[in-house]
Structures are given as structure tokens and as C-alpha cells.
Design a binder for this molecule. Structure first.
Ligand code: SAH
Length: 216
């Protein structure tokens, strides 16, 4: 029997997001719309709406739906925002951001993952996402500054290049800590000052690069 993905998605939103305190109506609607099962390999599609991260190949993962939702809610996106994402991975978080902001710029260091994500964006007609292969710890200078920046891999510390590519009043969400565990940090730019707040504990794959972990 065919799986009813729309129903699985509805349940995911109720049980994993609403019941745990995700309140923003626009965020919840984005999760009802984006077909998460299109962002994993066909063999994994039946598990796409499970309450956990899933492997996407090359040692990387698509984050747990709740984690994507928390990060998205922290970003407080407005429809006119330009958003930079570091760590395209499957492209799922980028697709959620694309529902809520004007344009999404996303950087992935692994060409194979970037290619698979591009095919998904094309297939789903997500035409407000621009992507690039490279070291995202250095941001994407060409289109800076950004209203919002989100890093979907764990960093040893906040990459200075990313902070510096925020508009005044802009927000950056980044998991920082050790390789094995991090805390979500929310950074707000106030002129040349940066205010830090700490949110929940989390576990992401390492952010590898010039301003991330080295020798990976
Ligand atoms: N946002 C993704 C989660 C991907 S996991 C999703 O929704 O599926 C984190 C990703 O960050 C991995 O694909 C990894 O290859 C990538 N990554 C790690 N270091 C990076 C860097 N310096 N620049 C860009 N991408 C990086």
C-alpha cells in the first residue's frame, strides 16, 4: 500500500513540533508543505517523517524535524529576508527557509550532496535558492550582508566571517561546542557589538573548514 506522506507530515507537525512548543504559524505551515520524503534516498522515504536525523550519505545527516524547526523559529524570518545557510546537506532546511524568506543562499562543501540538493530544488520548483560548493565557514561574500545566517553543522566557535556578513540587527544561529555535543547559540548584531544567547543542547556533524574544525 502506498504511504500517505501528507498525513505523515501532518502528524509530524502535531506530535513532534506543536506538542513540543513550536508556535509560529508560518513555521508550522512550512513544515506541512515541504515534502521531507523527497530529501532522502528513496530507500529511506518511509522513515522520512520519523522523530530523528537520517543518513544522507558521505557520513552526513538530514537533521531531526524538531531541530530544523527550533533553528527556523529562532531565526524569526520575515518574507523580505535574505538568508545564508551553511551546510546544504539534503537541502531540506534550505527548502523550509525558502518558504519563509525572499531568498536563500546555501553553501555545501561536498559536491555530491550539493548536486543531489540542486536536483531536488529543481524538481520542486524552488527557484529562490542559490547554492554554491565551498567552505561555508567563510560565508558567501558576494551576496553579503544577510538578514539571517544559519549554520547546520557543529562549530568549535562562532566563525568571525559569518558574524561579519550580518546586517545591523541581523541574527545568526550556530551550534557551538565540541565535536560530540553543542549548544545552539543565537547571536544578534548590534552595530559592531554581538549579543549572545544560548538555546538548547544539540548534536550536529562537524563544521569543517578554515573557521571550523580542521583536518577532517
Ligand atoms: N541543513 C542540512 C543538514 C546537513 S548536515 C539538511 O537540512 O539536510 C551538515 C552539512 O554541513 C553536511 O552536508 C556537511 O557536508 C556540511 N558542511 C560541513 N562543513 C561545511 C563547510 N565548512 N561549508 C559548507 N558545508 C559544510
Amino acid at each position: 500500500m502506498a504511504i500517505d506522506y501528507r498525513q505523515a507530515r501532518q502528524r509530524m507537525v502535531e506530535v513532534q513540533l506543536e506538542a513540543r512548543g513550536i508556535r509560529d504559524a508560518r513555521v508550522l505551515e512550512a513544515f506541512r508543505r515541504v515534502p521531507r520524503h523527497e530529501f532522502v534516498e528513496p530507500a529511506m522515504a518511509a522513515q522520512a517523517y520519523a522523530d530523528r536525523p537520517l543518513p544522507i550519505g558521505h557520513g552526513q545527516t538530514i537533521s531531526q524535524p524538531y531541530m530544523v524547526a527550533i533553528m527556523t523559529e529562532l531565526l524569526d524570518l520575515q518574507p523580505d529576508h535574505r538568508v545564508l545557510e551553511i551546510g546544504t546537506g539534503s537541502g531540506y532546511q534550505a527548502a523550509i527557509l525558502a518558504e519563509l524568506a525572499r531568498s536563500v543562499f546555501t553553501v555545501e562543501r561536498m559536491p555530491e550532496l550539493a548536486r543531489a540538493a540542486r536536483e531536488r530544488f529543481d524538481r520542486l520548483g524552488l527557484d529562490n535558492i542559490l547554492q554554491r560548493v565551498g567552505d561555508g565557514t567563510l560565508g558567501w561574500k558576494q551576496y553579503a550582508p544577510y538578514d539571517r545566517i544559519v549554520v547546520t553543522a557543529g562549530a568549535p566557535r562562532v566563525p568571525a566571517s559569518l558574524r561579519d556578513q550580518l546586517v545591523d540587527g541581523g541574527l545568526l544561529v550556530v551550534p557551538t561546542g565540541s565535536r560530540l555535543g553543542q549548544v545552539l547559540e543565537l547571536i544578534r548584531r548590534e552595530g559592531e557589538r554581538f549579543a549572545h544567547e544560548r538555546s538548547i543542547a544539540c548534536t550536529f556533524v562537524p563544521l569543517c573548514g578554515a573557521e571550523g574544525w580542521q583536518n577532517d
